[in-house]
Design a protein. Structure first.
Length: 239
């Protein structure tokens, strides 16, 4: 359990809901929807439950299989596939291509983003929209200081998993978030490890400039408010 990618993804991501109204609004205006970096289905399952046609894509096959299982369990129709966000090619075209949370900041820099933007543009239907969420971990917390101390906690199959943000630090072209992951087994044994998440520094202006080179045009922005537990983000719209 302590090394289970699905379990840790759920601990650290599944409870985040502040951005869902924006994805719902955009999906209501356009469809069908391609969810890039879908994970276990936080956004895809929500939109499918609201009647949208959703295709969900992630590079982690374990997360994709779990999303498909949850969709079947809930009686929802979600097409799932395992593919790299930097190089996917699909026959279908979508009214909305969504990249929630910090997917675009996990692509390894400008070259990775260029591949993603090209693939997303090719996947857009006429009049379609690409929506990309960007976050700045230093936005609400001074560099070098601890993030909010309360951990994300989840109980599953008798295990108690917690993930506590410890620090954020700047590196050239990136911000690194360090988390302490702790797992308590049903027998009470504790194990822990440090996990690092590296986010590319990426401003809305930079993304819009890169998107222009891929044949996309700025189409506005939406703001996701920060909470006590999460920094805010900007959803950049591209058409």
């Amino acid at each position: 359990m302590r090394n289970d990618a699905v379990a840790w993804h759920d601990v650290e991501c599944a409870s985040y809901e502040v951005d869902l109204p924006i994805w719902r609004e955009l999906a209501d205006q356009r469809g069908p929807v391609l969810d890039v970096g879908c994970g276990t289905g936080r956004v895809a399952l929500d939109l499918a439950a609201r009647g949208h046609s959703v295709t969900a894509l992630d590079s982690d096959a374990k997360l994709v299989r779990e999303l498909a299982r949850r969709a079947r369990e809930r009686g929802l129709s979600v097409e799932t596939l395992t593919a790299d966000a930097r190089s996917f090619s699909l026959p279908a075209r979508f009214g909305l291509v969504a990249a929630p949370m910090q997917v675009a900041q996990l692509l390894g820099g400008p070259d990775g983003r260029a591949g993603f933007l090209a693939a997303a543009r090719t996947s857009l239907a006429p009049g379609g929209l690409l929506a990309v969420a960007l976050a700045d971990p230093f936005e609400a917390v001074p560099a070098g200081q601890a993030l909010p101390p309360l951990p994300d906690v989840r109980e599953q199959d008798g295990w108690v998993l917690s993930s506590r943000p410890l620090t954020v630090r700047a590196e050239p072209g990136a911000v690194v978030i360090e988390r302490l992951r702790q797992a308590v087994s049903p027998e009470g044994d504790l194990s822990e490890e440090l996990a690092e998440i590296r986010l590319d520094e990426l401003s809305p202006e930079t993304l819009e400039a890169e998107a222009s080179k891929a044949g996309l045009s700025p189409a506005g922005r939406r703001q996701v408010a920060e909470t006590l537990d999460h920094v805010g983000s900007t959803v950049v719209l591209l058409a």
